[in-house]
Every structure is written in C-alpha cells, then in structure tokens.
Design a protein around this ligand. Structure first.
Ligand SMILES: [Zn+2]
Ligand SMILES: [Zn+2]
Length: 256
C-alpha cells in the first residue's frame, strides 16, 4: 500500500492543506484537500472517498468533487456514517449553499453516498475497510484499511483521549493519527477532544500494553503556528518510546 499525504494540517494557507490521504491513487480518506491537490485525471481515478466526520476541514472538497463529477459526466462514491450524510444534505448540499449532488440527478446522483456502520467490515475494490468509533467532539470513525496482501493501516481522523477504546478492534502496521497542539495546550486537548504529544503518549502506551508492539506512527492535523513546538515534543516522545513517530507533510509518500 502506498499512502500519500495530500493535506496534513488543520489550517489552510499557500503552504498547508487540510487533511486528506490518498491510498494507492484510488482510495481517499477525508476530503479536506482532494480537489486542491489532485488533477482532474487523478480525481477521476478515485474509487471511493471515506469521511471520518462532518467537520469542515474533513469534508471541505466534497461539493467541489460533485461539481467536477457533473462536468465530467461521472459520479463520485462517498462512504460515511448517517450523521455525516445528514449534515451534508441539510447544511451544504442543500440546494442553497450548493447543488443537491446527493440527490441530483435522481436516477444517477453525482455523489453516490453509502451509509456505513461502525464495526461492520465492508469491501471497496480489493480493500477491506472497518470503521471504528473514536472520541471526538462530533461523531467520528477511524478507518482500518487492509489490502489483499495483508498490509493494514488505521487512520483515526480527529480524536481525543480515549482513542484506546478502538485498540481492541484494530491491528495496524501503520497508525495515522492526529496531534493538533503542543503539550501546553493539554487542557484544550482534553476539553475539545484533540491530541497533544503527551496525550498521544498515553494512547500509544495503552496500544503497546494490549498488543505487545507499536505500529509505525505518522501524524496529521497539526496547527501550523505551533508545528515547530509539536515537532520538538514528538521527537522526544519518539526517543522515549523507541519507535518512529513522524510529522507528515503535504506530498509525503509512505510505502507499507
Ligand atoms: Zn473534527
Ligand atoms: Zn479536524
């Protein structure tokens, strides 16, 4: 499996993009920067877009994907929970803010939405996908993606403390999770359900205790203003746990 980080931050500028991951050029996880990162040809290759939750920075490009599908006379397959579908339908693709691509045209909507249920594995092409609830301020699922050769990654989406409740359900070789702010914002992390390096440490220790190993870890959703501080703290954590933990960046590719 090849993972490309299209967007790795929680704020957008000319040098940072909102969270989106691309697996083997065909599977997208979250849609913070899909249309802004991918050529039309690359967008047309997508077999599915999986959304972890309905916060803006994770669904931002769904309307734009729908509009491109319209003009290229195709459709885009989107998978997420009912909560995400409802949020998109009532607040965004509602015929006022943007066209109702979830319903139009009736016989062949530009966005083909599949409602998924946590804990029920499903297949997209040769990948087995499992959605697992994580602890965030909106209902959120992480996705374990397993390829036909048995390689497996778990992308948590946004999560706070309590991520460890997902550990019994997954056994990834690669963990992609979030660290939004440095340790001096731990109180914010606890309240708003995001991770800091110190909170991530608790979750990783719980993983190690349960599974007897630590996966390779890549981080996204960093606040660009505090990224240098986060990087220094993560370097110390990586040394302390004797395991590689890497801050992802736009354009980074990882082979699993
Ligand atoms: Zn969020
Ligand atoms: Zn977010």
């Amino acid at each position: 499996m090849k993972v490309r980080f299209l967007g790795a931050h929680n704020c957008e500028s000319a040098t940072t993009r909102l969270v989106s991951l691309l697996i083997d050029d065909v599977l997208a996880l979250d849609a913070g920067s899909l249309t802004s990162s991918l050529s039309i040809e690359a967008q047309l290759k997508l077999k599915a877009v999986l959304l972890t939750h309905h916060h803006y920075d994770h669904i931002r490009d769904v309307p734009a994907l729908g509009m491109n599908a319209l003009f290229y006379e195709t459709s885009v397959s989107v998978y997420a929970t009912q909560v995400v579908r409802d949020a998109l339908a009532s607040h965004w693709l509602n015929g006022t803010i943007y066209s109702s691509f979830l319903e139009k045209p009736p016989q062949n909507p530009r966005i083909k939405f599949t409602v998924i249920e946590p804990g029920k594995p499903f297949k997209i092409a040769d990948y087995e996908i499992l959605a697992v609830p994580v602890n965030h301020s909106a209902p959120t699922v992480g996705f374990q993606v397993t390829s036909s050769d048995g390689k497996s990654l778990f992308y948590t989406g946004d999560t706070g403390l309590g991520l460890s409740e997902a550990w019994p359900e997954v056994s990834p070789q690669l963990l992609i999770t979030e660290v939004t702010a440095p340790d001096r914002y731990e109180e914010f992390g606890r309240l708003r359900l995001h991770l800091t390096p110190g909170l991530l440490k608790e979750e990783l220790l719980a993983f190690q205790k349960l599974k007897g190993y630590l996966p390779q870890v890549f981080l996204v959703h960093m606040n660009p203003r505090q990224e240098a501080e986060i990087a220094a703290e993560i370097e110390r954590l990586s040394d302390e746990l004797s395991t590689p933990i890497t801050l992802a960046h736009e354009g980074l590719e990882v082979q699993l």
